[in-house]
Design a protein around this ligand. Structure first.
Ligand SMILES: Nc1ncnc2c1ncn2[C@@H]1O[C@H](COP(=O)(O)OP(=O)(O)OP(=O)(O)O)[C@@H](O)[C@H]1O
Ligand SMILES: [Mg+2]
Length: 654
């Protein structure tokens, strides 16, 4: 109702209409009049009014009929009935039918004004109330929407911890219907192990702890049982609450709370932690690898000198001599020592010298033959694929891998048992679902299974770590599987293990298949071969130079030595024509073997060169050989190995 109130007076007595107009005239109203109910109906079709003063008794259509019509069509219009025949019945009837008030004719001026003012005031108040209600309904709807569409569970709890309210998010997140939770304890949805800490949390909140404090809690989740443990991790916040209760008509105290789903965040955090741990582990292995490689390199030089001295003493000693066997023993011990350094080099991935296409089946058969001779209590069973693809590998290292696995299998079968070796062609497709990510292509699978004691999870996790062993002192160094792992990685392959306590173990190795043809290593003749000519020996270790010179001279060669690459180049420039063979160390400070080789080769393209090293840096020796170097020999070497290698180079046909 805005502006000047409009009042319609309906009375068949024109005098009445006029006197009402006069009586209300001095007030701020717009007065309209109609002489009959029919006229009023017609007037209402095009006009609006706030209040009607209706005469009860009118011809044709009386006041009641018009009242009914108005209440039906224009419920907002307030009606006051007027009649000269005031009776209680008609007054009650009019009020029942929706009239606001009743005036008996004749009425006083004051009374009319009071009743009209009153009616209009009431009408204005009603309109204001309706407008408030509407606005309230809109804001309530807005808040309802916000609460029920919140990604967080929002709830209130009563004094006993029972749900008073919980939003619909509890359904989408946990699978509980919100209505079904009302009246139930909050603990209904809490993981039982967290129930106590939640109770303590709410108690502290009730005593005034702020909403900003939060706690991680596990809630029971009905919607995600397939995703694992049926648990939803939430960040819970709570504060004290006071609410008006319609039921009790008084205030109730309780808890207002929010639970935010952080399951995904926790999972991502855990994944990140795992990745960090893996990275740390990888860095640790890398660092130990570098250390192991360095030790092996220096150790090989020492072994080389011991070996050289023993070889020299044996060279012209009769087998009948009393020291002969002792010297042979020294040689054997050096062999054991160099097997240890070979393991270390395998782990450090620095021992690949001779990569060529080989037949894995052949290597397996050879290794098993050697193994069977020493461990008679173990039955060895072969299941080899006759059409196995070749692999490109260092046969010596693959043999080392096989020996490590066979010895471990035998150690796991103290009372005897069977070890089964299988080979098969496979592809990266069949390796899916493993932890590693193989490059697409063909692979060769080698598996070694035993019927031994097996391993538990904890052991399995650590077996590839260097120096991890469950064997007693003196029985195992814990290097077997570490070097196996390093060698397989170094060959672009993968290794994994399946085992359970008491149920044996199966190691599976995948190596990339090769399309090259298998090549056989050329075997030189045994025994020491004397020779002639001048050899330039280049090594940064005095010990190696000294013993190398002695060995070479024993074989009949003249020897020139250089302590580093620069000296070697200077010597070769001045005396190159007199030098028949260069014996070149691969790893040296300053100019490395590879660079020295290239420089010497540019001085004399026909230069003959034999590489020697305690290790090669990931195939550096192989690369130099590919650039035209004539051969490679690994420290420590025996007199006969050296003589054989030199002979092969200097007496090559062509
Ligand atoms: N086939 C197997 N069955 C049961 N346990 C095994 C098997 N192979 C390895 N293991 C476990 O893994 C550990 C590590 O093996 P690894 O070959 O690296 O070292 P080692 O055999 O203890 O010592 P090393 O090989 O240096 O002499 C072993 O001590 C053993 O506990
Ligand atoms: Mg072992």
């Amino acid at each position: 109702m805005t502006g000047t109130p409009r009042i319609l007076v309906v009375d068949d007595e024109i005098r009445m209409c006029d006197s009402v107009r006069i009586l209300l005239g001095e007030h701020n109203y717009r007065i309209e009049t109609c002489p009959s109910a029919r006229d009023a109906v017609a007037w209402l079709e095009n006009n609006r009014c706030d209040l009607m003063l209706l005469d009860l008794m009118m011809p044709e259509m009386d006041g009641f009929d018009l009242l009914d019509f108005v209440k039906d069509r224009y419920p907002d219009v307030t009606v006051i009935m007027m009649t000269g025949h005031a009776s209680i019945e008609s007054a009650v009837e009019a009020l029942k039918r929706g009239a606001y008030d009743y005036l008996g004719k004749p009425f006083e001026h004051d009374e009319l004004v009071k009743r009209v003012e009153n009616a209009l005031d009431q009408k204005r108040l009603r309109a204001e109330r309706d407008s408030f209600r509407n606005r309230l309904a809109v804001t309530e709807e807005r808040y309802r929407h916000l609460v029920h569409h919140s990604p967080d569970i929002i709830f209130t709890l009563g004094e006993r911890g029972e749900f008073l309210f919980v939003n619909d998010t509890v359904e989408s997140l946990l699978g509980y219907e919100s209505a079904s939770l009302r009246g139930k304890a909050f603990s209904t949805i809490v993981h039982e192990e967290d129930a106590d800490k939640v109770r303590a949390f709410f108690e502290a909140a009730a005593k005034g702890r702020p909403l900003s404090d939060c706690m991680e809690v596990r809630l029971c989740c009905r919607t995600r049982p397939a995703a694992g443990d049926g648990i939803c991790v939430v960040e819970l916040r709570a504060s004290a609450m006071e609410e008006f209760s319609e039921e009790s008509g008084g205030k109730i105290r309780g808890i207002y709370g929010i639970a935010r789903d952080i399951t995904e965040r926790k999972r991502a955090e855990e994944e990140r932690k795992l990745l960090e741990a893996q990275l740390r582990q990888a860095q640790k292995m890398e660092a130990i690898g570098t250390l192991a490689g360095g030790i092996a390199h220096d150790f090989n030089n020492l072994l080389m000198a011991i070996q050289g001295n023993a070889s020299l003493m044996l060279f012209d000693l009769s087998p009948k001599h009393e020291h002969y066997e002792r010297l042979r023993n020294i040689e054997k011990l050096v062999d054991s020592g160099s097997r240890l350094t070979a393991q270390l080099l395998g782990y450090a991935r620095k021992g690949r010298y001779e990569v060529r296409p080989i037949d894995l089946n052949q290597t397996v058969q050879d290794a098993c033959e050697t193994f069977s001779r020493t461990r008679k209590e173990i039955r060895v069973q072969l299941r080899l694929d006759r059409n196995l693809a070749p692999i490109e590998a260092d046969a010596g290292q693959v043999e080392q891998v096989l020996m490590n696995l066979l010895v471990n299998a035998a150690d796991a079968m103290r009372g005897g048992g069977t070890v089964t070796l299988r080979t098969a062609n496979t592809t990266h497709e069949q390796m899916k679902g493993k932890l590693y990510n193989p490059r697409p292509g063909k692979y060769v699978l080698l598996s070694v299974s035993d019927t031994g004691v097996g391993m538990d999870e904890k052991t399995k996790e650590r077996i590839f770590e260097p120096f991890f062993t469950t064997k007693e002192m003196g029985r195992g160094t814990g290097l077997g599987l570490a070097s196996t792992y390093g060698i397989i990685k170094g060959h672009g392959g993968f290794i994994d293990v399946e085992s359970e306590p008491g149920r044996g173990a199966t190691f599976s190795i995948y190596l990339p298949a090769s399309s090259k043809k298998i090549s056989k290593p050329h075997r030189g003749q045994e025994g020491i071969v004397r020779g002639q000519g001048t050899v330039l020996l280049v090594d940064d270790e005095d010990m190696v130079l000294e013993i190398g010179r002695a060995l070479l001279e024993t074989m009949g060669y003249q020897v020139v030595t250089a302590k580093d690459g620069e000296e070697a180049i200077r010597l070769y420039e001045s005396r190159g024509s007199a030098i028949d063979l260069v014996l070149l160390d691969v790893v040296m400070p300053g100019l490395g073997g590879g660079e020295v080789f290239d420089r010497l080769k540019s001085i004399n393209p026909d230069m003959k060169c034999l590489l020697l090293s305690g290790y090669s840096i990931d195939g550096e020796a192989t690369e130099i050989i590919q650039r035209g170097c004539d051969g490679f020999i690994q420290k420590p070497f025996k007199l006969r190995d050296l003589s054989k290698s030199i002979r092969e180079i200097l007496h090559q046909p062509g």
